[in-house]
Design a protein around this ligand. Structure first.
Ligand code: SF4
Length: 345
């Protein structure tokens, strides 16, 4: 059994490395010249600190389509939806977990200033706006790393977008690995109100596994933290944010996957009856940086086996959704799936 991460301790250490509160700067990964650069189809932009990512609805055969973040972004921007949408991506340079399938090289998750630079929200937007009009994306994706180790990043970006009259004109999307409560520990009520009410913001939080075992296998965090993911998601739901979920289904075991998946979907529905319809399973695959890492750690056979289990898991997921929701409900746009928690806000 590999050594597990002490998530709370490691989160604190990574936060210290990832934010400069006095000058309101975030440590942003420098992609130009990094190991990640070779896995990126287009050259890094924004002075080497950003990249353009194409979000595609289409997935591999037998895997559910991925409408995130395209559908929420198009809806918020009042644009017709498309199957491919490009986004301006910035990655913060810290993460508190080490998912074996992470496509970001671990060197870009460690808060190492040699692979990163200190940038404020103003400087990030200056870089974004300096890109040629024809190439500038209508969406900015704040990702990582784990953006929520520095929860200030999102409201800082929002304040800057608002100051420049860009609220509602540029879509802001951020992700969260559901590992800590820094959003409540470190933000003020006013910050949280800004995040909850900003026009043109969507957030996705990732459940990394369908049970405690698969969660721990995927993240190297203690299995008990699987439950924390649900508690944190419930707190985000209560804020009324336009909230979505990802999930990953790689696992070491294949026994009782049907039962485990049914319990997982039960738990999602205990938070919000429609949450499975706002949840997108992400297919894990082994290529590029992930393959090199797995080979280096002699982990490739286990990784490949867990990919077979993820196929069983996605079949079980699809069966659960077919059983619990009508075809009309499943066919609606993910951005139109109502959340009861939001209407109670
Ligand atoms: S939480 Fe995200 S950024 Fe961190 S290791 Fe896992 S996949 Fe990578």
């Amino acid at each position: 059994m590999p050594e597990l991460i002490d998530t709370d301790k490691f989160s604190e250490a990574m936060r210290r490395k990832g934010v400069d509160l006095d000058r309101q700067r975030i440590l942003i990964s420098k992609l130009a010249g990094s190991e990640q650069e070779k896995d990126i189809t287009k050259q890094p932009n924004c002075g080497g600190y950003g990249r353009i990512r194409h979000f595609r609805r289409r997935t591999t055969a037998g895997w559910p389509a991925n409408p995130l973040p395209n559908d929420p972004a198009h809806k918020a921007l009042g644009l017709p939806t498309t199957d491919v949408m490009h986004a301006q991506v910035f990655q913060n340079a810290v993460c508190n977990w080490r998912c074996w399938y992470c496509f970001v090289p671990f060197a870009l998750l460690a808060g190492d200033e040699q692979n990163a630079g200190w940038l404020s929200a103003k400087e990030l937007l200056d870089l974004y706006l300096a890109e040629p009009d024809s190439e500038r994306a209508a969406m900015i994706d704040l990702t990582g790393g784990q953006p929520d180790l520095v929860p200030e990043w999102v409201p800082w970006m929002m304040s800057e977008l608002r100051r420049r009259g860009l609220e509602g004109k540029v879509y802001l999307w951020s992700d969260d690995n559901l590992s800590n409560d820094y959003f409540w520990q470190h933000l003020t009520d006013a910050d949280r109100e800004l995040v909850a009410t900003f026009r043109g913001y969507g957030r996705v939080a990732c459940f990394k596994g369908f049970d405690a075992d698969s969660f721990s296998y995927n993240t190297k965090a203690a299995p008990e933290l699987f439950d924390r993911q649900f508690d944190l998601f419930a707190r985000l739901l209560a804020l009324g944010i336009d909230l979505y979920a990802y999930t990953t289904f790689t696992a070491t075991r294949s026994d009782n996957i049907g039962d485990s998946m049914a319990r997982f979907v039960d738990r999602l529905q205990s938070l919000e009856p429609n949450l499975p319809l706002r949840t997108v399973p992400l297919e894990v695959y082994v290529a590029g940086v992930v393959k090199e890492r797995a080979e280096k750690q002699s982990f490739l056979p286990q990784a490949n086996e867990s990919l077979l289990h993820q196929r069983l898991a996605i079949d079980a997921w699809c069966r659960e959704l077919e059983h619990r929701f009508s075809s009309d409900e499943r066919a609606q746009s993910i951005a139109d799936v109502p959340l009861a928690a939001a209407s109670r806000r």
